[in-house]
Design a protein. Sequence first.
Length: 95
Amino acid sequence: MELDKIIHEPARLRIMMILAGIEQADFNFLLTTLNLTRGNLSRHIEKLESADYVKVKKSFNGKMPNTNYQITQKGTKALAQYWENLDAVRRLGQS
């Protein structure tokens, strides 16, 4: 029952939790909600995207670039497994 090290990092866990509750979120929404720097948020998103936990969609709104993020099916399963494993660790600590 090992915890997923990619999800376990606090900022990435918060990103995954937000994305699990909504259809998609844009960069500025995540930036202000999580109170991270642009570079920090970008780096965490890169880690989640490379694990195929988050899908990144880049587009333009007129001439303005717009980046949206969405949790993938793999990400949803990984997050559910993370919570199951965390509960198992908690139960071990109570015995």
